[in-house]
Design a protein around this ligand. Structure first.
Ligand code: PLP
Length: 683
């Protein structure tokens, strides 16, 4: 069962909303503008949906316009307000209000719409962000001060990342006497908070159907009676000429069913029950990840949202971990493929950088039930355990498992640890500040004694300090960390020697006693094409500075570049085909140990070689017959593509990555229950 905890991004469609949408596409397919009976029945569906929305939203008067979603609602509101401001400026000149204000934690759609229409209408008014406090709420004193000069104020009812609920009554009071029009982005509040739009004097309120169990592509905009209005879409005059274009009847019928469900009160849990569910999530999370910090005060938040950071764990790591357990959460910050962007919401709240960059959001919809919460909390606890047993996370405990070379990629480069299980000793090469804390905890957990901390180039002050703390009191090392007594460093059967080139230190060579040696160097760019004189043909060169995630080169051998990224991809039917051929493909699961502990490979089982442990497996793969295909897979296809491209460059043409990863593999980690038939269909 998939545990979907990303309801602030989108929700599934409620069964009664599905039924209403299907009916609107099948039996009741009419165009509400037609005046025959089929059209009249369609119009009745629109009227009923709007009437229900009026009751739920506390909007007995004013416009309630069905449109494509909140983004369109926001555009329409901003266009309406700015067109009116332009008219006022033409009439009143400098006396017209001059400021456009939006909350600092607003969804991107709002500031972007302000900038867009401000420029397009030629207004060029200053756009200012209303600061928020550490609790995520608007600074009302600041707002009071700026309100007299404001032409439009945009604040959200509840924040999508943190769930922080705005003090709408406080904002209304701060705006008393101001000429400003007021838009409240109510997307995240629908079905979770009473809104009373008319009573609060809100001018514009956009909503999005898919955040509350209606399909994507349908939304609603409330416009107060008497508030300025300019249609965004002109045409056939639908929606009382407020939004032309034939209505999205399936969407409107579904949204109507959701409003009816709110009214009848059985499908959605009351706020108190939701708050109790959230408390259970909070304790499961705290138990799973000791030291976890919540990024917003829960008493000020929607009862359905938790935003948290775990010291030493990136958002990416946590997302991969949860996903392996079939639990879908999201990065509270936008996570790029390789670099986490800090969250602008948490930054505005003044949180420290590590929390803004590693935040995770857990959000659920008000239709969840007790059994779902039980299962979700159990899986969260299992995630914590998998992390601890893999020596990751704040409190880890494990029997020593690491043996061989472990890669620790960070933003600025890769640190390598050579571990020897037999002697319990290790060597760290090029430690990096970004992972220093995690690495130290991992070494402790693995019970590895640090024999040396080496640098491939003169270390910056920070790296030297990390090296000193990892190394402890061991004296007698040179500036690069090499023990002054000794030509080689022994770790059981393994032997490290210094690599010199043109009289200067070029790095370190690791001899495992079998297979190609590994040469740790600062960077591979500028290496002599014929290889390093001290290296043997075929030795693997491993750079610390590796911005393109290339991982390794072979000394003295030409590289074969894959044509492009997509040429390593094999889709699920392609993999099924490969599995029917001889020689059979070798399947390799490159997910990290904590993900693999949680299983989730489903129907696809492979040899477990985490991307961080790839270097040890390379010699074996390179020695395989050339016809044997190697197929790497991971959660989403990113890490497996890195592995497949590496193997192609090292000369193994039949190396592939499962496109879309387990997320698209039937019965894999990402499969939803209804995917079950697909595997059979491909066989
Ligand atoms: N406003 C908020 C607070 C949101 O969370 C979202 C969606 O994430 C939007 C606006 C935009 O909604 P849509 O993409 O459905 O138009």
């Amino acid at each position: 069962m998939e545990i979907y905890l990303d309801a602030n991004a989108t929700t599934p469609v409620l069964p009664q909303a599905q039924a209403a949408a299907l009916a609107a596409m099948a039996s009741e397919f009419g165009n509400p503008s037609s005046i025959h009976s089929t059209g009249l029945r369609a119009k009745a569906v629109v009227d009923a949906a709007r009437a229900s929305a009026r009751r739920v939203l506390g909007a007995p008067t004013g416009r309630l316009i069905f449109l494509s979603g909140a983004t369109e609602g926001i555009q329409t509101a901003v266009l309406s307000a700015l067109s009116a401001l332009k008219k006022r400026r033409d009439e009143d000149g400098d006396a017209a209000p001059r400021l456009l204000l939006h909350g600092a934690t607003e969804h991107k759609a709002v500031p972007e719409a302000l900038r867009h229409w401000n420029a397009l209408l030629g207004l060029d008014l200053p756009v200012l962000a209303i600061p928020v406090g550490a609790d995520g709420r608007h600074d009302l004193a600041w707002l009071r001060e700026h309100a007299p000069r404001a032409g439009l104020v945009c604040t959200m009812a509840a924040n999508n990342e943190t769930g922080v609920v705005s003090d709408l009554d406080g904002i209304a009071a701060a705006l008393a006497g101001s000429p400003a029009l007021w838009m409240v982005d109510s997307v995240q509040a629908l079905g979770k908070l009473p809104l009373a739009l008319q009573a609060r004097g809100i001018d514009y309120a956009p909503f999005s159907g898919h955040k509350l169990y209606a399909p994507k592509g349908i939304g609603l905009l409330y416009v107060r009676e008497g508030a300025p209005f300019t249609p965004l879409m002109a045409g056939g005059g639908q929606e009382g000429a407020a939004r032309s274009g034939t209505e999205n009847m399936a969407g409107i019928a579904a949204m109507g069913a959701v409003f009816s469900a709110i009214e009848e009160g059985r499908s959605f849990r009351p706020a108190q029950t939701l708050a109790a569910y959230r408390a259970r999530f909070a304790s499961a999370l705290e138990e799973a990840f000791p030291g976890l910090q919540f990024n917003a005060p829960t008493e000020r938040c929607l009862p359905t949202t938790l935003n948290f950071s775990v010291p030493g764990c990136s958002a990416r790591l946590l997302l991969d971990l949860f996903d392996a357990a079939g639990v879908r959460v999201s990065g509270g910050s936008a996570c790029g493929a390789s670099r986490a962007q800090p969250s602008h919401v948490l930054e505005a709240m003044g949180l420290p950088a590590w929390r803004t960059a590693s935040a995770v959001r857990l959000s659920f919809g008000p239709a969840v039930d007790e059994a779902f919460i039980d299962e979700a909390c159990a899986r969260i606890r299992a995630c914590g355990q998998a992390l601890r047993e893999s020596c990751e996370g704040p409190v880890a405990s494990s029997d020593r498992t690491a043996d061989g070379v472990v890669r620790w990629p960070a933003d600025g480069g890769t640190c390598h640890v050579v571990a020897d299980r037999a002697t319990g000793r290790c060597v760290v090469i090029d430690p990096r500040p970004e992972i220093a804390e995690r690495l130290a905890a991992w070494l402790r957990c693995q019970k590895l004694a640090v024999a040396a901390v080496l640098h491939t180039r003169a270390p910056a002050e920070e790296a030297a300090a990390i090296a000193a703390s990892l190394r402890g009191t061991a004296a007698g090392v040179d500036a690069m960390g090499w023990p002054e007594a000794g030509e080689s460093l022994r770790l059981g059967e393994r032997r490290l020697v210094r690599l010199h080139h043109a009289g200067r230190l070029g790095g370190y060579v690791l001899d495992h006693g079998h297979g190609p040696r590994l040469a740790f160097v600062a960077e591979a760019a500028g290496l002599p094409p014929e290889g390093w004189p001290a290296l043997e043909r075929g030795d693997l060169i491993v750079p610390s500075h590796d911005p393109d995630h290339r991982c390794a080169w072979r000394a003295g051998l030409p590289e074969t570049e894959p044509d492009d990224e997509s040429s390593v991809a094999v889709d699920p039917p392609g993999l099924q085909q490969l599995r029917r051929e001889q020689p059979a493909p070798r399947l390799v699961d490159v997910r990290e140990p904590y993900e693999q502990r949680l299983g989730g490979g489903g129907a696809l089982q492979g040899e477990a070689v985490p991307l961080s442990r790839l270097l040890d497996a390379l010699p074996g793969w390179l020695a395989l017959p050339a016809e044997t295909p190697l197929v790497f897979f991971c959660r989403s296809g990113n890490r497996s593509a890195q592995a497949a491209r590496l193997l192609r460059r090292l000369g193994r043409a039949r190396s592939y990555s499962l496109a879309g990863g387990l997320a698209l593999w039937p019965n894999g980690a990402g499969a939803a229950p209804q995917d079950e038939g697909r595997l059979a269909a491909w066989e």
